[in-house]
Design a protein around this ligand. Structure first.
Ligand code: NAD
Length: 264
C-alpha cells in the first residue's frame, strides 16, 4: 500500500475508532457476571480497593481481601457485611514481600479455595522528584506496584489455567502509559505493571487459554487521597494500535542486524 492510501486508511479508521469509543460511552459492552466468582482484592483496605470490594459483593462475588493495613481491611469487610450482608475473608499481607505473598496465598487456598478473579490493586506513590526520592521508597514502589503482580499471578494463575476459567485484573494507571514529571518511580512501576499484564494476556492467547481473561485498568487521578487534580485525554486503544502500526512500531526490528556480534 502506498503512503497516500496508508494515510487515508489511518485517517478513516481514526474517525471510526473515535466514533466507536464515543458510542461506547452511551452503550457499554455487555458486562460479564461475577456472581459466585471468588475475588481476591489486594489493597482492599481503602480507596479503590474498598469501593471495588463493595461493588463485587453487590454483584454476588465471594471476597478475599488483602491489605498490609489490618484495620482498614477489617473495616472494608465490615462495610461489605453491613451493606450487602456478605462475608469477606480478610488476610493481612505485605504484597511487597514475595515470601509473604506465597505464604498467605497458600493459606487462602487451604481456607477458601481457588481464586477465580485476581485484582492486583495495592499501590503506593512516593510523590517526590526522582533525585529526592529515597532509594528504599523507589524499591518499595517497584515491589508493591509491579513485582507483587508477579508473585500473585504465580500463586493463583495456574489453577485458573487448569480450569480454563478466571480473570486477572491489573489496576495500573495512566502513569503507566505516559511519563509524568515528579512520578518517575511510580511511572516506571506502572509501565512495568502494564507490560507484565499485556504479556500475560498474550501468553494466555499463545497457550490457547481463552477462558482466562485479563483487564488492565489505567485510571487518571481519582480523589482517594493518593492524588489530587490534573486532567488529560487518552486515545482509544484501537487508535493507539493503528497509529503504532502507521509509525512502524510493530515491525521496526524486522530488518535488525545490530553489530553482527554474538552475545556470548
Ligand atoms: N487514586 C488515584 O488517583 C489513582 C490513579 C491511578 C491509579 N491508581 C492506582 O489504584 C490503586 C489503588 O489506589 P488508591 O487510590 O485506592 O490508593 P489508596 O492509598 O487509597 O489504597 C491503596 C491500598 O493499598 C494498600 N497497600 C499499600 N502497600 C501495600 C502492601 N505492601 N501490601 C498490601 N497492601 C498495600 C494500602 O494499605 C491501601 O489500603 C493503586 O495501585 C494506585 O496506584 C490510583
Amino acid at each position: 500500500m502506498n503512503f497516500f492510501l496508508e494515510t487515508l486508511k489511518v485517517v478513516g479508521l481514526s474517525v471510526v475508532y473515535y466514533l466507536e469509543a464515543f458510542f461506547r460511552l452511551f452503550v457499554p459492552a455487555r458486562r460479564k457476571s461475577v456472581e459466585g466468582e471468588v475475588v481476591l482484592m489486594t489493597g482492599a483496605g481503602s480507596g479503590l480497593g474498598r469501593i471495588m470490594a463493595l461493588e463485587f459483593a453487590r454483584l454476588g462475588a465471594r471476597l478475599v481481601l488483602w491489605d498490609i493495613d489490618e484495620a482498614g481491611n477489617l473495616e472494608t469487610a465490615r462495610l461489605v457485611k453491613e451493606t450487602h450482608g456478605a462475608r469477606a475473608h480478610t488476610y493481612t499481607c505485605d504484597c511487597s514481600s514475595r515470601e509473604e505473598v506465597y505464604k498467605v496465598a497458600d493459606r487462602v487456598k487451604r481456607e477458601v479455595g481457588d481464586i477465580t478473579i485476581l485484582v492486583n490493586n495495592a499501590g503506593i506513590v512516593t510523590g517526590k522528584k526522582f533525585l529526592q526520592s529515597p532509594d528504599s521508597h523507589i524499591e518499595k514502589t517497584m515491589e508493591v506496584n509491579s513485582m507483587a503482580h508477579f508473585w500473585t499471578c504465580k500463586a493463583f494463575l495456574p489453577a485458573m489455567i487448569a480450569a480454563n476459567h478466571g480473570h486477572v485484573v491489573s489496576i495500573a494507571s495512566s502513569a503507566g502509559l505516559i511519563g509524568v514529571s515528579g512520578l518517575a518511580d511510580y511511572c516506571a512501576s506502572k509501565f512495568a505493571a502494564v507490560g507484565f499484564a499485556e504479556s500475560m494476556a498474550l501468553e494466555m492467547l499463545a497457550i490457547g487459554c481463552d477462558g482466562v481473561k485479563t483487564t488492565i485498568v489505567c485510571p487518571f487521578f481519582i480523589n482517594t487521597g493518593m492524588f489530587d487534580g490534573a486532567n488529560t485525554n487518552i486515545l482509544p486503544v484501537k487508535l493507539g494500535v493503528l497509529l503504532g502500526e502507521y509509525l512502524g512500531a510493530f515491525d521496526f526490528m524486522a530488518k535488525f542486524k545490530g553489530h553482527g556480534k554474538k552475545s556470548n
